[in-house]
Ligand binder design. Structure first.
Ligand code: ADP
Ligand code: ADP
Length: 264
């Protein structure tokens, strides 16, 4: 068990305290503390799979730095140009870029009740910069939910992942197939010339896609970055704020644990 609490441990702090208002605008956040959650785990742990269910439950948005960066790359913005090479190789983009994106995003209206950070913070420096940003409004991270999965399980998850680009919904060719795949009648998808024909989003019917960094090669660097640079973030937030969940189980059991850990 890492620095996070096991499921049976005593309840961590639910909400941030401290109410040093610095302006009227800040007061709207501090008057009713926001639920500020960090969804933590290696690539393929299930963050994208479970985040939409937390969104539905708590009515707060999921802020995925990976999705935001991919959108910036696709739009060809300055941020996107700076981030692209690092993302393609599986390395992290600079702390300044991601903290800048998040600091702006959490001031938007839909974050007034709180937000879920998915894929951020990913370095100790990012967590310290986040804490500093939140301290301006007398706030702090409420809870860190750690999804733990052994590295050996992640390759198959990552290499079989298909995503719906605009919503971020995550599917798997074997573990969580879209309804459209049933039409292939159990035949091998890899033998199909146009795989996207069989891989459509359940809700919109739009085509799913595979991420360019979802390869076994890039996963090696991504996992290396996770262990060396990201895991220290857990210790930073400490036992009181972290809840560790065994995410090497079936999706429903994992959700039951996350559901319990997000009862505010
Ligand atoms: P992350 O957002 O943490 O990188 P995802 O939620 O996208 O991870 O999950 C990675 C892949 O593994 C997806 O294809 C997803 O369908 C699949 N997956 C997620 N959770 C499980 C699970 N408990 N068992 C099997 N496959 C899973
Ligand atoms: P995953 O959790 O499956 O690794 P993400 O979608 O969260 O993937 O991130 C994809 C890529 O975007 C990362 O490999 C990294 O290059 C970049 N990235 C995302 N979030 C951060 C972050 N907080 N700090 C630095 N780089 C990030």
């Amino acid at each position: 068990m890492g620095p996070c609490l096991s499921k049976g441990s005593s309840e961590p702090n639910m909400r941030s305290s401290g109410n040093m208002f610095t302006s009227q605008a800040d007061a709207k956040y501090s008057a009713k503390s926001r639920n500020i959650l960090i969804l933590f785990g290696p690539p393929g742990a299930g963050k994208g799979t479970h985040a939409p269910k937390i969104v539905d439950k708590l009515s707060i948005p999921q802020l995925s730095t990976g999705d935001m960066l991919r959108a910036a790359v696709a739009a060809g913005t300055e941020v996107g140009k700076k981030a692209k090479a690092a993302m393609d190789s599986g390395a992290l983009v600079t702390d300044e870029i991601v903290v800048g994106i998040i600091a702006d995003r959490i001031k938007e209206k839909d974050c007034v009740e709180g937000f879920i950070l998915d894929g951020f913070p990913r370095t100790l420096a990012q967590s310290k910069m986040l804490d500093k940003e939140l301290a301006k409004t007398g706030e702090a991270v409420s809870r860190v939910i750690e999804l733990s999965v052994p590295d050996a399980v992640l390759t198959e998850r990552i290499c079989g992942r298909w995503v719906h680009k605009s919503s971020g919904r995550s599917y798997h060719v074997k573990f969580n197939p879209p309804k459209s795949l049933a039409k292939l009648g159990g035949k091998d998808l890899n033998k199909e010339k146009d795989k996207t024909k069989w891989m459509k989003d359940d809700k919109t019917g739009e085509a799913l896609m595979q991420r360019s960094d979802d390869t076994a090669e890039a996963l090696v660097s991504r996992l290396d970055a996770y262990h060396k640079q990201t895991v220290p973030v857990l210790k930073h937030y400490g036992k009181k704020k972290c809840v560790a969940i065994d995410a090497n189980r079936d999706m429903d059991s994992i959700w039951a644990s996350i559901d319990k850990a997000t009862d505010f």
